[in-house]
Design a protein around this ligand. Structure first.
Ligand code: UT7
Length: 329
């Protein structure tokens, strides 16, 4: 018998400091009007100096564990999805484990860019099918501002820092969601459209080199936009068709929060009305892997998910990676 995977607890953490569009107007040639109309973003949270991905992921995990009613030591696996780990080594997952006061678990960093949360749910589902006693933390955390070029207005207005976590186990509990299915995909031939190259083995620095633009996130926004809409809509249609669902069966759509216009375009293609889109992009900006986890907590806390409701998740990001997941509450 294959064991089902349930999201038993969820939580997120966003740093205290907020950077508003008005603040950005003082840094680059931009305007609140441009950022709001082109992206839907009004503000984003920024990590404090010295605050790392493992700090934020550990805090999100503590909150998810409290929500699940489980002690940290019950955890068997930590998958930390990030493109901005504290270091190359040790992994941010090892540092996170230490900050949770536990040791001896199966822990690893994984890079699936903005799709981390959905990829993570599917990996947790696979682990639970193999080891039904497993209690998996899926964490997604980014300090994207550490790789943001604050002189490039095309990218610096988009990103923020945050972490989200889910505790996934084989036990059902009332009010918790079953991870019904996920469809994941990728296309490395388009990876050059969204990069953070500098410091990697493909773009190493020598002692004394000046850190250049390659060190930071670079993106061909309009191209990414097109692919994001196309791929997220296609994979959403695929998972809905596979489960015989129509738009009426979906209680809420939680897409990756990169740009409100992308979310609305995908929802239109899926024939989902605007009131079924969950959006937190105005308050957090694009926090990469963690956006869906944040929006899931906010949706539940705001009573946007009815008992028994089906929630469709959709993501797209660097790599390119994309995917969709179906939750049953
Ligand atoms: O999370 C990973 C996935 N990422 C995404 O999904 C992001 C996808 N891309 C996007 O969301 C959008 O492409 C952006 C928000 C990045 C850009 O919006 P756009 O509508 O595609 O604008 P654009 O890049 O075509 O630029 C339009 C104009 C340009 O000026 P000209 O050449 O028409 O004179 C830009 O220079 O807007 C200008 N511009 C800005 N103006 C004021 C670009 N950034 C800014 C800015 N403030 N911050």
């Amino acid at each position: 018998m294959t064991h089902q995977a349930y999201i038993r607890g969820i939580g997120y953490y966003a740093p205290e400091k907020v950077l508003t569009n008005a603040d950005l107007e003082k840094i680059v040639e931009t305007s609140d009007e441009w950022i709001t109309t082109r992206t839907g973003i009004k503000e984003r949270h920024i990590a404090a100096p010295g605050e790392t991905v493992s700090d934020m992921a550990a805090e999100a995990a503590r909150r998810a564990l409290a929500d699940a009613g489980l002690p940290a030591d019950a955890i068997t696996h930590i998958f930390l999805y990030t493109v901005t780990p504290d270091y190359y080594t040790p992994s941010a997952a090892c540092l996170m484990e230490e900050k949770l006061g536990i040791r001896g678990k199966v822990v690893q960093d994984v890079n699936a860019a903005c799709c981390g949360y959905i990829y993570g749910l599917e990996m947790a589902r696979a682990v639970i099918a193999l080891h039904p006693e497993a209690k998996v933390i899926v964490a997604a955390a980014e300090v994207l501002t550490s790789r943001t070029n604050f002189s490039d207005r095309r990218t610096c207005v988009l990103f923020g820092d945050a972490a989200a976590a889910a505790v996934v186990t084989a036990e059902a509990a009332s009010g918790k969601a079953r991870v019904v299915d996920a469809r994941l995909a990728s296309d490395g031939s388009l990876g050059h459209l969204l990069t953070i190259k500098g410091g990697g083995s493909g773009h190493p620095y020598k002692l004394g080199d000046v850190v250049d633009e390659e060190f930071f996130l670079q993106m061909n926004g309009p191209e990414v936009f097109k692919h994001a809409v196309r791929s997220m809509a296609a994979v959403g249609e695929e998972i809905m068709a596979a489960h015989g669902l129509t738009n009426d069966d979906i209680a809420l759509f939680i897409p990756h929060q990169a740009n409100l216009r992308i979310m609305e375009a995908v929802a239109r293609k899926l024939a989902l009305p605007p009131e079924k889109i969950m959006s937190t992009v105005a308050r957090f900006g694009n926090t990469s892997a963690s956006t869906i986890g944040i929006a899931l907590v906010e949706a539940r806390n705001a009573g946007r998910i009815p008992a028994g409701g089906k929630v469709l998740l959709g993501a797209f990001g660097g790599g390119f990676t994309w995917g969709s997941a179906l939750l049953q509450f």
